[in-house]
Design a protein around this ligand. Structure first.
Ligand code: UQ1
Length: 447
């Protein structure tokens, strides 16, 4: 089956890093092009899990698989909520991308300009062209800080009480703003539209609430006498998309005295004023704040739309069960930039990756896909220090609870054991097993 020229590359900028330290043996040739059996766009959670699961199938020779990603650092993003809650240091949640990549994979530390699906070709920003037999598109979502006027300036102003756990640079600022607030209005936002980990905007709020409660600054029973008041402003219509968990979280919101501003989409920040648009009115709503936690709008990278491999919203258009592209049968997608109609989390990737890998290996043998993804995803929702509500569900918002099936535990109840899964076990298993292609989420260890 191998019909590819050996890897070649040209200018020093376009040199791929073969293996860990970039000790690539590359000989200059006259064309800026190279070939790989499989090219993976993205060395994030999906890209790394899939690349290493493919490698562990033992069906590939060194350099058969290439990974493209310009990022120096790979972040464990699910941990940023813990940083915002003062429970972890952000530096401990990142690794150098090149250190996470098996030496048998070829890394192009460059960004993608476009994909030409008819020519089986990926064009890189350094001018290099990479040919593929099979392509996996997993670049993740990018934050659109510019879509909220004044957000970027406020986030990067060290004096302002505006932060976001969705950003490496400011996830620790979130905790500093919580620690220093002694009175006033704390406002937490969630945008209209798709974001990664849709539960995180309220996780950080629940931790902050608990922090102020323990500090004697907030009391749900004596709201009038509490120096701090808390509002959750969301572009959506409820606290969560899955009815079972939404009911519980709405109850928590009411019991804890948190104001709910539904269908309020943050559009601008002006000094200590947050400005919201509403779907049913041309009038803007203006709220004063003393602390603001923002969840920015986010979306898939432009090259997907520009390469005509995306749907109307710009996500890679794949079959929701097989993860195969709807038009090009040698293109696949998983993770946040895929069109899969489920909640975008690392937990979802634990179930998407083995399906994609099996179906792609079959495609290399000329066979049709036979593995099917059921939409599994999960949101370990911190509801206070020491407790997590472990939401797990599949397509249609139907609960699929690992510990209910296994031990008869109803996961709608926040529990201490789930808190330790979230805070201690998941980060550990992520770096020790998941990025290495050995973790199947609810299925436990694989490969
Ligand atoms: C999971 O495997 C995982 O990856 C390490 C997470 O971290 C981001 C999760 O949040 C969840 C829920 C899982 C699923 C695993 C189990 C055991 C329920």
């Amino acid at each position: 089956m191998r019909c590819h020229a050996p890897l070649r590359s040209l200018t020093s900028k376009s040199l791929p890093l073969r293996g860990r330290r970039g000790l690539a043996t590359v000989s200059p040739v006259s064309s800026l092009s190279s070939n790989h059996k499989v090219v993976v766009i993205g060395a994030g959670t999906a890209g790394l899990a899939i690349s290493h699961q493919l490698l562990r199938s033992d069906k590939f020779a060194p350099s058969d698989i290439a990974v493209v990603d310009p990022a120096t650092w790979h972040h464990y993003q699910p941990g940023w909520t813990l940083v915002g809650g003062g429970l972890k240091d952000k530096e401990d949640l990142r690794r150098r991308t090149e250190d996470l990549i098996d030496p048998k994979l070829t890394l192009y530390p460059t960004s993608v300009v476009s994909v030409s699906p008819k020519d089986n070709l990926v064009s890189l920003s350094d001018g290099n062209k990479v040919h593929y037999e099979q392509l996996i598109v997993a670049p993740g979502l990018t934050l659109d800080l510019g879509s909220i006027a004044g957000l970027k300036e406020a986030l990067y102003d060290r004096q302002s009480p505006v932060s976001s756990i969705y950003n490496y640079d400011t996830c620790d600022k979130a905790f500093r703003t919580v620690e220093t607030l002694t009175k006033g209005t704390a406002l937490f936002t969630q945008p209209a539209g798709v974001i990664k980990c849709a539960g995180a905007p309220q996780k950080i709020m629940w931790l902050a609430l608990d922090y102020w409660k323990r500090a004697g600054l907030y009391s749900p029973e004596k709201l009038r006498n509490s120096p701090i008041s808390i509002d959750f402003a969301t572009g959506l219509g409820g606290m969560f998309a899955v009815p079972k968990y939404a009911a519980k979280l709405e109850q928590l919101r009411k019991d804890r005295g948190v104001g709910g501003l539904f269908q309020h989409d943050l559009v601008a920040i002006n000094g200590d004023k947050a400005i919201f648009s509403r779907p049913d009115s041309p009038e803007k709503v203006i709220r004063q704040f003393d602390l603001l936690h923002v969840t920015p709008k986010m979306g898939p990278p432009q090259f997907i739309r520009e390469s005509a491999i995306g749907n109307e919203a710009g996500y890679v258009a794949v079959n929701e069960h097989t993860l195969q592209h709807q038009e090009f049968s040698n293109i696949w997608s998983a993770g946040d930039a895929s069109s899969l109609p489920t909640s975008k989390t690392a937990a979802a990737v634990t179930s998407e990756a083995p399906v994609l890998v099996r179906n792609l290996l079959r495609a290399l043998e000329g066979k049709e896909p036979d593995a099917l993804y059921d939409g599994y995803t999960s949101c370990p929702l911190l509801t206070e220090y020491g407790k997590v509500l472990l939401a797990e569900f599949k397509y249609g918002g139907e609960p699929k609870e690992t510990f209910d099936d296994w031990l008869g535990i109803d996961q709608v109840e926040p529990r201490r054991a789930f808190y330790h899964l979230k805070k201690d076990f998941f980060p550990w298993v992520y770096f020790n097993s998941m990025v290495k292609g050995r973790w199947g989420g609810p299925k436990g260890w694989i490969n």
